[in-house]
Design a protein around this ligand. Structure first.
Ligand code: ATP
Ligand code: MG
Length: 654
């Protein structure tokens, strides 16, 4: 892909670390998928029917006879004649065997704790379902949830699923504007929010933000439910059509609401993308294929089983929290940890403290979190007993070999498998990853496509690239977790993601990648994140990987400036002074690893990089600064204040 990427020699620099790490024997022997299962062959031989194995992990009201209906591409229908209820699968079916086992362990910001057994969860989900019905919510009505990480969030998601009302979770940190847009886009007449939540020491008024959204929204909202998170700390009067959650549920305590059997293709939820590359897209997920794929990967990629205490640290306001914080673990009947606070409050060991306290065995987080942990230092995890950890997962961005090894060494006791998982809001569930009981790991490389996923790296003409050459990551055949479309309409969905080839329809992920001789894929970054340096094209990930290899560097983002040069924005560990020696070392590393031509023209040290609310570096903003241009859509930004700081640093140095 001469136009959108780099040549093979440069691309290889990303995975400068060529180590191959084998999963420990002990892990291999007990893993959910083992070598002799021949799972790759089985999917190859028997596609798409082999995906029936994923459907078999669920309880169906009516078993599907058809695995895939591909008569109207790219609008594929998985298990189209099956009927099921997602909440029954996540709650009711576990009652016989696990009624008294913990389903959710919640830790609040102020050290509060609440635990739900499966029986408790069943009771509250039913009461919430009855409460929503009382307000008039019917099958097919979209309910918007604007809640922080409190148990009422998964409870109301499951209550919606129980009565066949699709949920539309909006990340609690988003603005009134963003909430209003999402209420309108989803045609949602119902909102569940809360009085407020703690931000560090202060009580923050979430309800007033919801009120503002209500004023801005087109006026379709009929009823609002307000969870009392803060008690007396915040006095939030309720208006007409506003209901206190506890009061609404109380008369329904102990009631059972008959779960509504849904077609597998019926809408389970709407979820917006992170907005890293532009305006967020409203992704629609169907019930059957989504839940099957999520359950299958939670079991076979994250190796989660009912006996585990599992923690996915992602916020439920993003897809990772939906698939692997709520639906996956609960579908499998495991105990899932839900944490409201931040990783550095009250101290920087909070995450390790929670892992120790709960004897967490499987932990799933993002490279951005791991980079913070590294920045804070290994003394924090080292002060805790993390020996319960059996497997570590990562998702969201490329993980550098340096961060991969740090994670395994300091969190995984030096031998836990680290599974790098690639997927998107649109794919619904993990699409590329090593199977931890089967495949070796290669730090920095995400791994091969999962069995049954036909991912390829192709050039501009759509032909597979040679090993080591950069190309576009695409997926040729449909997969069960795929979304059924976009809120923005079918035409937009087709245009944004799909291409018709001579062999059929092809899904374009928007990511650049290379693939090695063993079929392991390295993600190079967004196709949009390719930069032009002195008339040569590079992907940002390869330069950044070289930069963070420097001692004391924690994060880096490179962008092109308007004269064809490179600017590197770099953050360092707290105890490191960003001096000219470090600057020189960074420049030299890039020149050695990638080539003299890519040597950064400027290295700008900054305390933070601009990030989306889901924690991804927003390179397009840094590029706007480098070029002195106006900023594009910044609504997805978490730390807008750093943009001004970086801008003035850049201007001062000029
Ligand atoms: P938007 O689509 O609005 O620009 P986004 O793509 O960041 O936002 P998500 O769906 O949350 O929204 O993120 C999916 C993207 O995250 C992938 O396309 C990929 O670029 C990146 N990603 C996810 N997992 C990995 C991984 N393991 N390695 C590298 N990149 C990853
Ligand atoms: Mg995307």
């Amino acid at each position: 892909m001469n136009d959108a990427g780099t040549d093979g020699r440069h691309a290889d620099a990303v995975a400068a670390d060529e180590t191959v790490v084998e999963p420990p024997d002990e892990f291999r022997e007990s893993a959910a998928v083992a070598d002799d299962d021949d799972v790759y062959d089985a999917f190859e031989r028997d596609w798409p029917d082999a995906w029936g194995r994923a459907a078999d992990l669920l309880d169906w009201e009516r078993d599907p006879d058809t695995v895939l209906d591909d008569s109207n591409p790219p609008f594929y229908q998985w298990f189209p004649d099956g009927r099921l209820n997602a909440a029954t699968n996540c709650v009711d079916r576990h009652l016989d065997e696990r009624r008294n086992q913990l389903a959710i362990r919640w830790f609040g910001k102020r050290g509060e704790r609440r635990s739900y057994t499966y029986a408790d969860l069943h009771r509250e989900v039913n009461a919430a379902a009855a409460g929503l019905r009382e307000l008039g919510v019917e099958e097919g009505d979209v309910v918007t949830l604007y809640l922080p990480m409190i148990p009422e969030l998964p409870v109301t998601m499951l209550a919606c699923a129980r009565i066949g009302a699709p949920h539309n979770v909006v990340f609690a940190g988003l603005s009134a504007d963003a909430l209003a847009t999402r209420i309108d886009a989803a045609d949602s007449a119902y909102l569940v929010t809360c009085d407020g939540y703690y931000r560090r020491e202060d009580a923050f008024n979430q309800k007033s933000r919801a009120d503002n959204a209500r004023l801005q929204a087109d006026g379709s909202l009929e009823a609002t439910v307000v969870v009392d998170r803060l008690g007396d700390a915040l006095d939030v009067p309720l208006g007409e059509d506003e209901h206190d959650y506890g009061t609404l549920l109380a008369p329904h305590d102990g009631e059972t609401v008959e779960p509504v059997a849904r077609d597998a293709t019926d809408l389970l939820f709407v979820m917006y993308t992170s907005g890293t590359t532009g305006r967020p897209k409203g992704v629609e997920h169907a019930t059957g294929g989504y839940l099957a794929h999520v359950a299958w990967t939670t079991r076979n990629v994250l190796d989660v089983r009912p006996t585990d205490t599992y923690w996915c640290a992602a916020d439920i306001g993003w897809i990772t929290g939906h698939s692997y914080g709520v639906y996956g673990p609960l579908a499998l009947g495991t105990t899932t940890v839900l944490y409201e606070g931040s990783p550095d409050y009250p101290d920087r060991d909070r995450v390790w403290d929670l892992i120790e306290r709960n004897a967490v065995s499987v932990f799933y987080t993002s490279p951005t979190a791991i980079r913070s942990f590294m920045k804070w230092g290994a003394e924090y995890p080292e002060a805790h007993d993390l020996s319960s950890i059996r497997l570590l997962g990562t998702v969201g961005e490329s993980i550098t070999p340096k961060a991969w090894h740090w994670y395994r060494e300091h969190v995984g006791g030096g031998d836990a498998p680290v599974v790098d998982t690639w997927w998107q809001t649109e794919t619904g569930a993990i699409a590329l990853a090593t199977l931890p009981g089967v495949s070796d790991m290669k730090p920095g490389k995400v791994g091969p496509p999962l069995p049954g996923i036909d991912a390829r790296v192709v050039d501009r003409d759509g032909d597979p690239v040679e090993a080591g050459e950069a190309g576009y990551l695409t997926i040729d055949r449909p997969w069960p977790g795929m979304c059924r479309g976009l809120r923005e309409g079918d035409e937009r969905y087709r245009r944004e993601y799909w291409a018709e080839t001579t062999e059929g329809w092809r899904y374009r992920t928007g990511d650049g990648a290379t693939v090695d001789e063993d079929g392991y894929v390295t993600i190079l970054g967004r196709v949009d994140d390719v930069i032009n340096v002195r008339a040569r094209r590079f992907n940002t990930a390869e330069l950044e990987s070289a930069i963070v290899a420097a001692d004391g560097v924690t994060e880096a983002a490179v962008v092109g400036d308007d004269s064809g040069g490179v600017i590197a924005y770099v953050t360092t560990r707290g105890d490191v002074d960003p001096d000219p020696i470090l600057r020189e070392s960074i420049e030299r590393r890039v020149a050695n690893a990638v080539g003299e031509v890519a040597r950064p023209d400027r290295v700008v040290f900054t305390p933070e990089l601009p990030k989306t609310r889901s924690g991804k570096i927003m390179r397009r903003l840094l590029e706007d600064i480098a070029r002195g241009e106006e900023f594009g859509d910044v609504s997805a930004l978490r730390n807008p204040e750093v943009v001004g700081e970086i801008e003035s640093t850049v201007r001062e140095e000029e």
